[in-house]
Design a protein around this ligand. Structure first.
Ligand SMILES: NC(=O)c1ccc[n+]([C@@H]2O[C@H](COP(=O)([O-])OP(=O)(O)OC[C@H]3O[C@@H](n4cnc5c(N)ncnc54)[C@H](O)[C@@H]3O)[C@@H](O)[C@H]2O)c1
Length: 423
């Protein structure tokens, strides 16, 4: 077994013998490794075992002062490079950067294009150049201050720079706080598919500042709520009932309801990713609404339809498929689409900000099918808190769900694996 010793564990050797007389005191204590590995016997192949476990805090704080305090705690004296977008920089980044500079913690600040325009391979390359230019080291930390697209991009760059430097997500959109900021799925888009270029790389911490949401426009807020509805449908009937009761107050930002929503949705996401952090089977209920949602985003050129809006439409379409298969009760289907509608989210194709042509949506789905070794998975709700994941949805069912040309007759029984998100 390899063995490491620290200065407190010197195995009888005089402490720090590598230090020569007159040498400058070392910043890092010497660590000695003892190995006596035998020659391998036989010709059997080798197995490399690598285990990795990540855990990190998701802080929900009321305002910028608490955000700074929490950030300083998480940085623990390390320098930070702050990456944001010009809009967020003007609203929230500049004062944060000034405070970090004041405390001697700022290595540099830069901005990338807002939203999906910044979530590109080229942006990643430019950020890597910038990090090398400011001399960021493995000891330093990246801070991603912005919406979901920005945290996805910065997380991906953090994973690539020096084979991985720590990064802290400070999501400034509701969607970022309840979803994108948590879970370490980092990526940039490719023209052929959303999130095609990416990895799993967990943040060092997540800091969600509720006051940042006050500057979000109503459309962005609604889009964020779509991801909250998603979590409520797949895993929390209680959160769903809360949203039904408080939807308007959450939108208006009155009372403590936004905090409840950010905490509750974050808790659902943390619980579900802990079960399958690397999405090995690609069957997570968290993908509810995403099969058609991503296809809509790709078919409309990543951007004009907000991610949350596309997911809302995807969820409504999945509900229609589930209804047509008779795996979901009509009353529950109406509650889900009714809540989405009340939140001002699109549930039918013509309600999208840009209406994609159906053949383009099908082509985008086909691309996903190719990437996913020939199968296209849909997460269908069976009841609140229970989903079934199927890969046998036919093109006809998809067309009916896209068109919403009336209820479809019962289709062949779903062949998927029931997946109770609540259990
Ligand atoms: N990694 C994941 O697990 C995950 C999960 C869900 C979504 N996503 C990704 O998140 C992205 C969508 O994120 P989004 O909905 O946050 O939008 P976004 O990041 O695309 O855009 C946010 C927009 O709002 C502006 N903005 C951000 N914060 C603001 C604030 N506080 N006040 C005013 N304006 C502000 C930004 O300048 C930008 O224009 C998509 O790319 C999606 O794929 C990732």
């Amino acid at each position: 077994m390899p063995r490491s010793t620290s200065p407190g564990d010197t195995c009888g050797v005089p402490e720090d013998p590598l230090r020569h007389a007159g040498a400058a005191p070392s910043r890092h204590p010497a660590v000695r490794h003892h190995d006596r590995l035998p020659l391998p016997q036989g010709t059997a192949g080798l197995t490399v075992r690598v285990r990795r476990e990540d855990s990190y805090r998701v802080h929900v704080v009321p305002g910028p002062a608490a955000a700074l305090r929490t950030l300083r705690g998480e940085l623990a004296g390390r320098r930070a490079a702050l990456i944001t977008d010009p809009v967020v920089h003007r609203l929230h980044g500049a004062p944060l950067a000034a405070a970090l500079r004041e405390h001697g913690l700022l290595a540099g600040v830069t901005t990338i294009a807002p939203g999906e325009r910044g979530k590109q391979f080229g942006t990643g390359g430019r950020l890597l150049d910038w990090l090398a230019g400011v001399g960021l080291t493995r000891r330093d930390v990246l801070i991603a201050l912005g919406g979901g697209a920005l945290v996805d991009t910065v997380g991906w760059v953090a994973g690539a720079y020096m084979r991985g430097v720590p990064y802290i997500n400070v999501p400034t959109t509701l969607l970022g706080q309840v979803d994108a900021g948590i879970g370490g799925k980092v990526a940039v888009n490719h023209s052929s598919a959303k999130n095609l270029i990416g990895a799993f790389y967990q943040p060092h911490a997540v800091i969600s500042c509720l006051a940042y949401l006050d500057t979000l426009d109503a459309r962005q807020l609604r889009a964020g709520l779509a991801e909250v509805v998603k979590k409520a449908v797949i895993a929390s009937p209680e959160l769903f009932a809360f949203l039904e009761e408080r939807a308007e107050e959450v939108l208006a930002g009155t009372g403590p309801h936004r905090e409840t929503v950010v905490r509750a949705a974050g808790a659902v996401k943390s619980e579900l990713i802990a079960r399958d952090p690397y999405e090995r089977d690609l069957r997570r209920p968290l993908n509810f609404g995403h099969t058609l949602g991503h296809a809509v985003e790709t078919a409309t050129g990543h951007g004009p339809v907000l991610h949350g809006e596309a997911v809302a439409f995807g969820m409504a379409a999945a509900v229609r498929i589930a209804r047509a298969r008779e795996v979901l009760a009509a009353g529950t289907a109406d509650r889900v689409t009714g809540l989405l509608g009340r939140l001002g989210l699109p549930v039918r194709l013509p309600e999208l900000a840009v209406v994609p042509e159906v053949p383009r949506v099908l082509a985008a789905l086909e691309k996903v099918r190719q990437i996913r070794d020939g199968s296209l998975r849909f997460v269908l709700p069976e009841e609140l808190g229970t989903t079934v994941i199927v890969d046998d949805v036919t093109e006809e069912e998809i067309l009916r769900a896209l068109d919403h040309a009336g209820p479809a007759g019962p289709a062949p029984a779903a062949g998927g694996v029931p997946c109770s998100a609540g259990g």
